[in-house]
Design a binder for this molecule. Structure first.
Ligand code: ADP
Ligand code: 5GP
Length: 213
């Protein structure tokens, strides 16, 4: 048990702008970061594993978790339900570790308005252009042409919420974006509220100061 509460680091972007790639790089840089594995009703993609990318479940199970208050936030995205289980997040941030979320703008608002909201740090990733966004979705080759079309149609809805976020990065050069992302995380860890042990340090400085008077 520690006084420090971890940060809730939220990454959002229109699908294809690069947030999963950046999330993986951030976790490789700092293995102490815990990824919040979401629950979803969408079908697994090839290579995705239950419990690693998502907890895959049917609508009945998902809705029951939401009714039971087990979700920190949840939303309907691209015709499927997605949500962040609250239990693991609370446990991790109470142990002082930071949690990384890959959620849409609806999730960002709900997390910010939750009782953990004061520890939230949200970052929106923009593509350099719409043409490049489509190119990335096509080269990722995860989805059918139909699904890519749906994601492109939804991209403006996601982009239009950029103003709700603490930070906004244009993901043009991947290495540069990664560096800027790490800088943000490092700075946010220095926020006064993220360093409760400072009170003790300042008290010790005060005692030392008074002793020298
Ligand atoms: P998201 O999680 O936002 O849907 P991904 O991280 O899956 O997006 O990225 C979509 C595709 O774009 C992937 O093939 C990824 O390798 C590629 N990509 C991500 N960032 C960049 C970048 N800065 N430049 C070029 N390609 C990128
Ligand atoms: P995908 O199907 O490509 O994995 O994710 C589709 C969208 O759902 C992405 O914008 C992703 O950020 C969002 N998403 C994934 N998990 C969650 C979640 O737990 N909550 C919310 N609100 N959105 C999520």
């Amino acid at each position: 048990m520690t006084d420090r509460r971890g940060l809730l680091i939220i990454l959002s972007s229109p699908s294809g702008a690069g947030k999963s790639t950046l999330a993986k790089r951030l976790m490789a840089w700092d293995p102490s970061l815990e990824f919040s594995v979401s629950a979803t009703t969408r079908q697994p993609r090839p290579g995705e594993e239950h419990g690693r990318e998502y907890f895959f479940m049917d609508e009945k199970e998902f809705k029951q978790l939401a009714i039971d208050g087990e979700m920190l936030e949840h939303a309907h995205v691209f015709g499927n339900f997605y949500g962040s289980p609250a239990g693991p997040v609370k446990k991790t941030i109470e142990s002082g570790q930071d949690v990384l979320f890959d959620v849409d703008w609806q999730g960002e608002i709900q997390i910010r308005n939750s009782d953990l909201g004061k520890h939230a740090l949200s970052i929106f990733i923009l593509p350099p252009s719409i043409r490049e966004l489509r190119r990335r979705l096509e080269t990722r080759a995860h989805d059918s042409e139909d699904v890519i079309g749906k994601r492109m149609l939804k991209s403006w809805d996601e982009i239009s919420h950029w103003g709700y976020y603490d930070y906004v990065l244009i993901n043009d050069d991947l290495d540069e974006t990664e560096e800027r992302l790490k800088t943000i995380v490092q700075a946010e860890r220095m926020r006064r509220i993220q360093q409760p042990s400072l009170t003790q340090h300042v008290r010790a400085l005060q005692t030392e100061f008074e002793d020298q008077q």
